[in-house]
Design a protein around this ligand. Structure first.
Ligand SMILES: Nc1ncnc2c1ncn2[C@@H]1O[C@H](COP(=O)(O)OP(=O)(O)OP(=O)(O)O)[C@@H](O)[C@H]1O
Ligand SMILES: [Mg+2]
Length: 372
């Protein structure tokens, strides 16, 4: 096992710069997920670590070794791709042990590792089949098996689950967690699916347009997003972003006024002072999950009430129901539970804990809590 360190890593394709100077340390044994929209440079970053793309500038280390000029097969990594990349004419068994045979591993050792991987991935009944006779999920498990038996320092995954249906994706996610728990191999996992990122990662790297927007543990990013981009990218349904006005009395949202909570008073005062004390526009972020129906809320010291909100749409989801309502000029969503038996076109009183409310600078998009 090993750590992976990127120092100011840049990737250029001709005139296009796809990755703009990434600094990142993936710790020994860590499960790191790179997440972001299509084209943001996730695969390019992963492929530079794998040695499948040359690094234009900067340094990549695996353990203490600089690997910029080390070919992929000498980096002691195992990679799992979206399209599985299995040999169609070889059996499951041969696909899994191919790399070991090529590396002239002892037959007894090959047998032992194959047996262990097949057991772990529940592939024992399929060892003699060809990939064409397997389901998508089974093929993905074979690709995982091939990586596991290699005893690599680092596992690299590029969207390994995106060809599977929702149920299988969920099962394989659990499988991948189990494998990581058992083997503890340093893993770097690329996905554009924020649910995969949240559920699998020790830490998440949120990328956009070749830049890192935020690095942190999933729940830290969820609760303390650094900016509007990570706030809306991580978490489903997405965080509500509402247009408000900040002045000395607090934050105004239509006819509602939210006092500035103690933890943010210094930042709010500084923001007002920077504008010569004039009221200034502000973006207010509230996750749908942090609204509560006042009828059932336990009011804490920082809770505020937003009374008489007009409910437009109610979408029951079983235990939860999502309601779309109007506040000020904006439309927002709240996720309540089935106790709130609310009808469309009625009104509701919602409560929210001010500690859960984010204030973003409308120009820079930065979370004012974090730039203090
Ligand atoms: N071989 C290449 N030549 C030129 N440009 C490339 C090449 N490979 C990738 N790019 C560009 O680099 C940028 C980053 O691509 P990359 O494949 O890393 O994105 P990604 O985050 O993995 O996206 P996706 O989620 O769609 O897989 C994109 O703008 C892409 O068009
Ligand atoms: Mg990609």
């Amino acid at each position: 096992m090993a750590s992976v360190t990127l120092e100011n890593v840049i990737k250029r394709y001709g005139d296009l710069q796809a990755v703009h100077g990434v600094d990142l340390e993936i710790r020994d044994g860590e499960f790191m997920v790179l997440v972001g929209p299509s084209g943001c440079g996730k695969s390019t970053t992963l492929r530079m670590i794998a040695g499948l793309e040359a690094i234009s500038e900067g340094t990549c280390r695996i353990g203490d070794r600089v690997v910029n000029d080390v070919p992929p097969q000498r980096r002691n990594i195992a990679m799992v791709f979206q399209n599985y990349a299995l040999y169609p004419h070889k059996s499951v068994r041969e696909n899994i042990v191919f790399g070991l045979k090529r590396a002239k591993t002892e037959p007894a050792e090959i047998h032992k590792r194959l047996a262990e991987a097949a057991r772990m991935l529940r592939l024992e009944p399929y060892l003699d089949r060809k990939p064409a006779a397997l389901s998508g999920g089974q093929r993905q498990r074979v690709a995982m098996g091939r990586a596991i038996v290699r005893d690599a320092d680092v596992f690299l995954f590029d969207e390994p689950l995106s060809n599977l249906d929702a149920k299988l994706r969920h099962d394989m996610r659990t499988e991948i967690r189990r494998i990581h728990k058992n083997y503890g191999t340093t893993s770097i996992y690329v996905t554009h699916d924020q649910v995969e990122a949240m559920t699998l990662a020790d830490r998440v790297v949120v990328m956009r347009d070749g830049w890192i927007e935020q690095v942190g543990r999933p729940m830290d990013i969820y609760l303390h997003p650094a900016n509007l981009f990570t706030a809306t990218f991580i978490g489903a349904p997405s965080m509500n972003i509402l247009d408000g006005t900040l002045d000395a009395d607090g934050v105004h949202l239509g006819s509602h006024t939210l006092p500035v909570p103690p933890a943010k008073q210094a930042v709010a005062a500084a923001a007002l002072e920077a504008g010569g004390g004039r009221a200034r526009p502000i973006k207010i972020g509230i996750r749908p999950d942090f609204f509560e129906d006042c009828a059932f809320a336990t009011m804490g010291p920082n809770s505020v009430r937003l009374d008489g909100l007009r409910v437009e749409i109610v979408e029951p989801l079983g235990f939860d129901r999502e309601i779309t309502f109007h506040i000020g000029e904006s439309s927002a969503m709240a996720r309540l539970d089935l106790r709130s038996d609310i009808a469309e076109d009625s009104t509701i009183d919602l409560c929210v804990d001010l500690e859960r409310v984010h204030f973003f600078d409308p120009d820079s998009g930065k979370n004012l809590e974090l730039v203090a």
